[in-house]
Ligand binder design. Structure first.
Ligand code: ADP
Length: 216
């Protein structure tokens, strides 16, 4: 069923929520007080409006009260975030999601009636940590903020295939720099023709985000 959403505050988080909902076929009203933020998202949502969401009259004029879900996505302006969440609930929107900065902030949002509270950074950290466990990470060394060397158990999907046919760099954005096999065998800088075997440990260099795309 097609739902109607409002996303208020078009920072990185709000923008990504608004664009994804639109791409999934829903109607999205995107609102920000900053004209650049509104201009940037104009072509990717149903309707983009420049307005200060603290003004109740503006929200009413936009018909916000008839929407199914509102996402309050501003982070830095605590007062606006809390006030707007409160107003949206008072207007009768059935489901209001609010972005919180801290646990205390989340508590306030809960008290004033937010239906769901999200902590994007904390949530992302938990997801990454879970994913690191799920993808069988044996060990890692951070090279920089974004890049690390990981030792991972070869995903089942890779077994009995050559590095060339898997196109690991192109598809998964990882570079295999060595393969550890058995107790004491190590293949340094494997080439396109080297075949990955069951229980191999791949030593890879990649952006940490690339691990999220690695199969089990
Ligand atoms: P992120 O951390 O996801 O990038 P920010 O907190 O930096 O999010 O972005 C908040 C956005 O919300 C900004 O674009 C800002 O202009 C907008 N914003 C803040 N207060 C209001 C308000 N009262 N009405 C409408 N938009 C607002």
């Amino acid at each position: 069923m097609r739902k109607q959403f409002a996303v208020i505050g078009l920072g990185r988080f709000g923008t990504s929520v608004a664009k994804t909902l639109t791409a999934l076929g829903h109607e999205v009203l995107a609102l920000d007080k900053n004209e650049h933020a509104v201009h940037d998202i104009m072509n990717d949502v149903t309707q983009a409006v420049q307005a200060d969401a603290r003004e109740e009259e503006t929200l009413r004029a936009l018909g916000v009260r008839n929407l199914d879900v509102a996402v309050v996505a501003m982070g830095d302006d605590l007062e606006a975030n809390i006030l707007i969440t409160l107003m949206l609930k008072e207007m009768g929107i059935p489901y209001v999601v609010a972005k919180a900065q801290t646990a205390q902030h989340g508590k306030v949002l809960e008290k004033i009636g937010a239906d769901k509270i999200v902590y994007p950074e904390k949530d992302m950290g938990i997801r990454l940590a879970n994913n690191l466990i799920r993808t069988n990470i044996m060990d890692f060394i951070d090279l920089s903020l974004d890049y690390s060397i990981f030792e991972v158990i070869a995903p089942a999907k890779f077994v009995n295939q050559s590095i060339g046919t898997l196109r690991l760099g192109a598809i998964y954005k990882i570079n295999v720099v060595a393969i550890k096999r058995g107790m004491d065998q190590i293949l340094i800088a494997p080439g396109a023709n080297d075949v990955i075997e069951e229980k191999d440990i791949l030593v890879i260099v990649c952006n940490k985000k690339a691990l999220l795309r690695l199969p089990d």
